[in-house]
Design a protein around this ligand. Sequence first.
Ligand SMILES: [Zn+2]
Length: 315
Amino acid sequence: MLALSIDMGGTHIGCGVVRDNELLGSSSLDSERAESLESLLPCVTAALKKILRESGVTAGECHGVAVGFPGIVDVRKSRILSTLKKYEDAIRLDLEQWAIEQFGLRLRIENDARMALLGEQYAGAAQGAQDVVMITLGTGIGGAAMMLGKLVRGAHSQAACLGGHLPVNYRGRKCACGNVGCAEAEAAGWSLPQIVRETPGFHESSLAGVAHIDFQTLFAAARNEDAVACAVQQHCLYVWAANAVALIHAYDPEVVVFGGGVMQSPDVILTFVQKYVEEHAWTSWGTPRVRAAVLGGNAALLGAVPLLSEDLRHT
Ligand SMILES: [Zn+2]
């Protein structure tokens, strides 16, 4: 099956043409400073048409357009229900109409972490597993779960996709979602610079001179034994591990897949989380395996074929 695929991330929009579990071509658009999703749609259209041309595929050969979106999404109605300070105009956009007008194709839209889980289960780290939890570490923390081979969605489409908003500290930081001490308020890309700046000793740290603190700079400084970086890295590892245990207790997975941009340095994260899970998760059958996403930034794009193939009548 051929399909067009779009992954709307916090800072970039990925566009691709896929054939089954293979990415024929892709490109990435900077969306960090975009005022609206509507203003980006012409660029998305142009990017997809260019990839189609370069891949030697026509839109007519494709089975549809699959979209991963960072928010609460109703796949059954192809509507975005709620966003969190990103692409806020998306709720009133008719993306189905856009896909028909531009490509003559049907469109399915799903939460981006669910798309990434589908991709990893179809062609990556969770192949063959029917019970999977996905945690994506990036600007925010995305979550998704599959139980008995089916994505967990719930009555209001928000089940299992708010894993990053499970609280890990009720006295913690205020989150953009309205809650306090969410995993992503305590250890994600958007909250990291403030966490680092508020750590005792910051002014003596090598990070004090860094204009844009992200996980790559944090992990690099920790490797150089910067005390603040080591303390914050350790804090983040505990948050992610506690988040994994909470999701294991909730969704009974055999595999927990960690993806997202932070996983460029997976070893330290996987080792820590696997050990924490062995020590702290209550399971009756053994220990879930903790794995790194193998499709990297392409996981959500490769969720296109399983998403477009899914029979939604019983979801
Ligand atoms: Zn939250």
